[in-house]
Design a protein around this ligand. Structure first.
Ligand code: GLY
Length: 360
């Protein structure tokens, strides 16, 4: 049994969420007008752990398939891997009616969807995400990207998939560290738009930490729903969609400062979220109690909540060079209450310095 979320954007599609069941993918393929030939793009980790599961379902259809697995890791979001994918598609006679299946986490989703969006000006795209962040965020909403040596995600397109199939059983093979780190991105939905989700995490923390399958599926469903609501209102990030960057302005600077070695992205986001909450207190938007709730919840997942002893001026300089910065003006997503975000871009420099120091 799957739950379905409809995403109504320029090309509308459904997200199907299930546990240990991809039969909705089988039905979708059988009922589509695609050429009956699938191109599965994945990475070495996911191929090893989960490819047989995916193929068991695909073999119930009359599609043939070709598989391309690149080396797992952020370094594969590169022009080299992208062109290897194009070569693979050309060699195997892909065309504008043959669907590409992006099977894996965020890296696979980003590079494979970029390939799908550009190969012959666009081929059908199906996401089968296998990690917490890809199931709750990156497979939904049509952002595609590869990295440039000068910055992450500098090259990309908006390209909506034809369907997304989330099977939360894939999460079982993630280590506790990978799994719980991702909760900074889940807590984000609670803070910016979903007070109920935030309270649920607080009150069901034992079940979450036990990785109880039903509790986790419910949380993934809520996040996928939240994400689709945002992209429906602002598909191309004209404004509202930016609230998904809660915690990310400082996070990107911290990641860059440590050359992407000290923290994983969600760990850096956790620090950025505490910073955004502290800034919200300093601007009189929230009280100490709300700040403590956010920080405590992040700490339940062993996520970092302090800023390293870095010169605040340097951190601000790095933030000003981030690709999300427009005309050098820093934008921060702040909170007025749990479940309510605001976008602020006129924060005084001295307040940023003071807030960074308070968290060091
Ligand atoms: N991950 C942020 C967005 O999709 O807009």
């Amino acid at each position: 049994m799957s739950q379905i979320i409809s995403v109504n954007v320029s090309q509308s599609y459904n997200i199907s969420i299930s546990y240990n069941d991809l039969s909705s993918l089988v039905d979708f393929l059988k009922n589509s007008n695609f050429v009956k030939k699938l191109f599965i793009i994945s990475d070495t980790n996911v191929c090893l752990l989960h490819l047989q599961t995916l193929l068991r379902y695909i073999e119930k259809t009359n599609y043939s398939y070709s598989i391309y697995c690149f080396e797992a890791g952020e370094q594969s979001k590169s022009k080299e891997v992208l062109f290897d994918i194009y070569d693979f598609l050309i060699e195997n006679q892909a065309d504008r009616k043959t669907p590409l299946v992006a099977f894996g986490g965020g890296v696979v989703g980003d590079v494979a969807s970029f390939a799908a969006s550009t190969f012959m000006r666009g081929m059908p795209l199906i996401h089968v995400p296998t990690t917490v962040v890809s199931q709750t965020d990156s497979s939904i909403g049509g952002k595609t990207a590869i990295n440039h040596t000068k910055g992450k995600n500098l090259i990309g397109t908006f390209y909506q998939p034809n369907a997304v199939f989330i099977d939360t059983k894939f999460l079982d093979t993630l280590s506790d560290e990978e799994f719980f780190n991702a909760f900074s991105e889940i807590i984000k939905y609670g803070v910016i738009m979903d007070r109920q989700l935030f309270s649920f995490l607080e009150t069901h923390i034992e079940d979450v930490l036990k990785r109880d399958a039903k509790t986790i599926s419910d949380i993934i469903y809520d996040c996928a729903k939240d994400k689709s609501l945002i992209v429906q209102k602002d598909e191309k990030e004209a404004s509202l969609r930016a609230i998904l960057n809660f915690g990310h302005t400082l996070a990107h600077a911290i990641e860059a400062f440590f050359e992407y070695k000290k923290y994983t992205h969600p760990q850096a986001v956790s620090i950025g979220e505490v910073f955004a909450a502290k800034l919200s207190i300093n601007l009189g938007l929230i009280g100490e109690n709300t700040f403590i709730r956010i920080k405590n919840l992040l700490e339940k997942f062993n996520l970092p909540t302090k800023i390293d002893n870095i010169d605040p001026d340097e951190l601000i300089k790095i933030m000003q060079h981030d690709k999300k910065t427009k005309g050098g003006i820093l934008e921060f997503i702040l909170t007025k209450d749990i479940g309510e975000a605001i976008i602020a871009n006129d924060i005084e420099y001295s307040l940023l310095i003071k807030t960074i120091r308070e968290l060091q």
